[in-house]
Design a protein around this ligand. Sequence first.
Ligand code: MSP
Length: 518
Amino acid sequence: MPNKNQTFYITSPLYYVNDLPHIGSAYTTIACDTIARYKRLRGFDVCFLTGTDEHGQKIFKSANEKKMSPQDHCDFIASKFQELWKLLNIQDDKFSRTTDKKHYAIVQEFFNRVHKNGDIYEANYEGLYCEPCEDFKLEKDLLEGNICPVHKQKVQDYKEKNYFFALSKYQDKLVDHLNKNPDFIQPVYRRNEVLGWVKEGLKDFPISRQAVSWGIPLPIEKTQTIYVWFDALLGYISGLLNDDEEPTLENAMKKYWPSSVHVIGKDILRFHAVYWPCMLMSAEFPLPKKVFGHGFLTKDGEKMGKTTGNIIDPYELINEFGADAVRFFFLKEISFGKDGDYSKENFINRINSDLANNLGNLLNRTLNIVNKNFNGELEKTDIDILGLKDKTKQAIEEFESHMEKLELKEALDSVWSLVDATNKSFSDKAPWKMLKNDEIESAKACLYESLEILRNVTILVSSFIPETSSKLYEQLGCGKLDITNSWGYIGYGKTNTGFKVQEGKPIFPRLEKATLKK
Ligand code: MSP
């Protein structure tokens, strides 16, 4: 296998545990899981890390409100994330928690390195702070009355003696890195945002807090705790440690660091594209290869918010439609990187048109004819009656090229353009008519070609809709879909055998609008 022994390390953000997981966190994780599965399919040694960010005032307060100890509260919410990932068929290799003991050790070792390199100093901070963002704010970035534009809440006045990180020292180095690595920040419109911030000039920022007790103590002054972002970003490194390893940076980084890609939402781009690389430069460690900032989800065209009640509950969606439908909708509907909207109507239309009608129909009618007329068996043939051999090759190449650029929707579009073309050609050639006219060999060729395309399509979409793909593969009579092995069989006519198919069962029954809850 060409990529054997090559590592691929992908991370989702570490989610705040102030509340139960929402659709935003599910969206990022589904995308990461799909990319991770695809890289496994291509033979990479993949590590996919997700997890939870558990310190800071916001989480401390949530625990208090629920009359729980902060740690019990964190344990409970972290378990809810793990439960949701199971329901969504997420195959994470590591679940990083910032209240893990090993994480404390890593944060303190990292802090000491940066301190030793002369990049931490004491000063008074006076400014504004948004607790839900866990971020320092400038007046110019706020709405009238010092309201945070993201959370629509008044920010806090903040005056403390803190320890600062000398971010400004890394201005030129960061510019140089961005120039030399045009793919470092993706998509390109996010890179432009980052270039804009850097142009404004990087400012040192506090990395300790006096008034926050729920955090990792600062090694040089135990009365202060480490600022939650300085702490959380290091979860991408500490989470790599196995439980039996001594918690040192050297051990944590030996196999998978630097990360191949950090996938994040656009709201946390500055922390990943500016703070994090500069922190790593200061500690003299390699930088992540890529940061990909995706867009935001809205519901029925509006921003989601608990107060307005227009939230999408991931549990409800999975209960009603199943994990694959949820995974498929968000990745096929929205160009990865851009904002996108969910509405029940869009959801139903998407599933019905792409999965029930297009893919489902092709599978069903092909299997039915093969079962009815040939006892489920078809020999391999080279006759190209549907005329889609080249189109299959082209769809596979386009799919690969889009996946390399993390253009997940466009990758699926290439597959569906092949499914569309196959359905059309199948209807035009009408193998059932050929059978009536005794053109047996032509009918067989049509059916073989349709099955062969479906076999390829199944392998291509297996990272997106794993459960459905397994069912498809079995119905096609190809056995168990082995993710570590099946890419070897991609390509038209790549197998030397014919087909012995099973009975066709609907993979996605049509969803009826009238019977669904709003
Ligand atoms: N704890 C930090 C990340 C630390 S990473 C070292 C954090 N957590 S979060 O729980 O608030 O957000 C996690 C992710 O969910 C972010 O990538 C954010 O962009 C994403 N989303 C939150 N709401 C969203 C939508 N409405 N739509 C899409 N994603 C959104 O930030």
